[in-house]
Design a binder for this molecule. Sequence first.
Ligand SMILES: Cc1cc2nc3c(=O)[nH]c(=O)nc-3n(C[C@H](O)[C@H](O)[C@H](O)COP(=O)(O)OP(=O)(O)OC[C@H]3O[C@@H](n4cnc5c(N)ncnc54)[C@H](O)[C@@H]3O)c2cc1C
Length: 414
Amino acid sequence: MNDAIVIGGGPGGSTVAALLAARGRRVVLLEKERFPRFHIGESLLPYNWPIFEELGVLPELEAAGFPRKSGAQFHLGNGRKSLKLVFREGRFTEQAQTFQVERSTFDHLLLKNAAAKGADVREGWQFQRFEQLPDRVRVAATDPAGASHTLEARFLVDASGRGNVTGNQEGLRVIHPQLKKLALFGHYTGVALDAGEKAGDTVIVRLADKWFWLIPISATKVSVGLVLDCAEFAAAKTPPEELFHRIAATSPVLRARMQDARLVGEFHTTSDFSYYNRRLTGPRLLRVGDAAGFMDPIFSAGVFLAMFSGKLAAETVDACLRQPFGTVWRLARYERKTFSALRFYWEMVEQFYTQPFIELFLEPREKWNLPAAVNAALAGELSGRWAIRWRMRLFFLLVKLQARRPLVPRIRFD
Ligand SMILES: Cc1cc2nc3c(=O)[nH]c(=O)nc-3n(C[C@H](O)[C@H](O)[C@H](O)COP(=O)(O)OP(=O)(O)OC[C@H]3O[C@@H](n4cnc5c(N)ncnc54)[C@H](O)[C@@H]3O)c2cc1C
């Protein structure tokens, strides 16, 4: 009998499978695609670093030549205000750098690592349904030739990303009522980046109700994307690439960075709805990464959350296999911790779309070390340290006050 079946070979699934296999567990990973395959989600967080160390993939990541990210920049589209955040300057931030990655290479590297650790990785295999039995789970899947198979294991880990396969099967998905967004994006050469270390920064350009990302993913390529409301896209009745350039041209910051930019490869469009599943566990099931919940990618937390929850899921499954007594309690703890991480970024994202948040965020005041707490939170500090928690609560309170009475000057987007 297998110890675990993992659905999906993205960063979440590869992390679970590698960590369980390294502990000697029998793991089957089903991935419907053949790698390398394109995926969006290219800017990582510094707190990914210890997970890379634990997976043993740092030497390969360094050899792949991915740009180093040591900060993030937030600009108003009209160029009137900006914030350049440097992770090592945050006094609560314990991890100061990470990589920007081309996901086809990055995900493939993590998947090969899971196989090298002993996981049975099956590409081209598609999960169909699962059934919960008292002492195991039963999974129906199809192989690359389309033939049906039944597999069984003690535990099932759903890391199917936005495919959300078990959450959909159980009807658990709750979609955020406001954050119904769409992303238009492509890879470009010739994008103007800052000099030196800041060349590796993620650059976010905020317009009134939409935003752009610029993420350097190799020595020559930069991922550039626009996130806007689905309703605005539908009303524009304009081809995606044309709309992207039309909106970019309204911002002097983007015009300066994109004047010599040339698209390489395809231009992409994808939906970007924020959602979560009402439950993240079943009696023998754990949901990881985007299969637990997904939020607008403004703070680049998706891959980190997938690997953070993947690591937690591997530790939980391993402990449950060692001591079946206590499984209910362990699964409840997994759910609590994962929900708490999701909720934190969910709140940050909701706030990002409000004007008072941006006003305070772009004008940090060195009072009570509030900017240091925001710095740590954006780097992926999720340990729940009290020093950061109370400062973030205070920051959100100040955002509410800013909405009523300006504590810092109001901003204008025009
Ligand atoms: C527009 C946009 C921009 C983003 N930018 C960022 C960013 O800058 N930084 C960041 O950290 N995150 C970003 N994200 C989020 C990021 O893409 C995800 O959070 C991350 O990929 C989640 O990893 P995962 O392992 O949970 O899922 P995925 O990486 O999506 O992997 C899931 C895997 O499951 C497989 N699968 C699905 N269904 C089945 C099935 N039935 N059977 C077998 N296999 C299946 C899929 O083929 C896929 O390979 C962005 C997302 C969007 C939409």
